[in-house]
Write a protein that binds this ligand. Sequence first.
Ligand code: NAP
Length: 344
Amino acid sequence: MAQVVSNKRVLLKDYVVGQTKESDMILKSDTIELKLPQGSNGVLVKLLYLSIDPYMRSQMSYSEDNFVPSFTPGSPLKGYGVAKVLESGHSKFKKGDFVWGLVGWEEYSIINDPETDLFKIEDNDVPLSYYTGILGMTGITAYVAFNEICSPKKGEYVYISAAAGSVGLLLGQFSKARGCYVIGSAGSKEKVDLLKNKFGFDEAFNYKEEKDLDAALKRYCPKGIDVYFENVGGKMLEAVLLNMRLYGRIAGIGMISQHNVVEEEPVRYLLSVITKRLTMKGFVVHDHYDLFPKYYETILPLIKNGTIQNVEDVSEGLESAPAALVGMFAGKNVGKKVVAVARE
Ligand code: NAP
């Protein structure tokens, strides 16, 4: 007889319009038989760490145009996580393997298409939670934005918004290592101090204290911006366009300020793209997952020798996940937001 255990799950209550709140998600306690259905090619996993990611907000609303499918009300949210394989019906995975990839927001999940949704963790010398961030989706996002989209050169002026977040902190470290002049913005004094004192940003400011973002950028980047890593959108992008230098490059990584609005804000000053001969290129990281082997070759030694540092902001227990996701839109996380569901 297979063991039956309790299985906490976080379900979407209903499609969300506007600002998301914790009550948009329901914590439910079910039971699950720890056994794969007869003939399954899937894997049964135990969730260890959940990654909290801004893009999930778009899946909480109904849209046929979503670049990732909308969640189903009454079903668990789905996102990135690290898990342990308890049983496998797939030849590429075996019991005891650690994996990262797309999992349900539930303590135990059956992943029906593990070859598409999961990656096997091959290097166990780093904490498993790192595969939610620096060694997972957000890590390779920073790598792609830096190397494939903008390729900053030594001495260039690089500006990063949401700089104290998961993607931002990595971009800052890559840019400093390249010898760029790096400016970052974030939403609290604590984050600004971290950028300047721990990560060596040349300048950093709290955008929430600035009434006029254009004036702030003129003060912190008086020579203008060669490379902008765009994480925020809206009014920040407008101000940046006014401060770009000739032939500047903008990586369209994310626009978190637009996730909780009912209608997207218009952006002015796009004429700068022409007059300043700018290149602005967006990307979705899933299209670049073939770069993981190359990325790991570069990043793993840098993590192990301490050249690149990883900052995690960990909440305990699956029940803390709704607050963690909502809190991200209020800027509560410092570095990669992780929920530790179980440690082994
Ligand atoms: P993160 O930066 O760790 O966390 C998000 C941060 O954004 C918050 O801590 C908050 O920091 C800031 N923020 C929240 N609401 C904001 C608002 N209304 N205006 C300005 N700032 C706001 O998140 P992340 O995972 O590293 O993601 C960073 C960006 O990359 C996001 O836009 C995300 O969607 C994007 N992304 C894109 C891809 C892709 O495939 N293109 C992949 C991964 C991530 P402060 O307010 O304190 O600065």
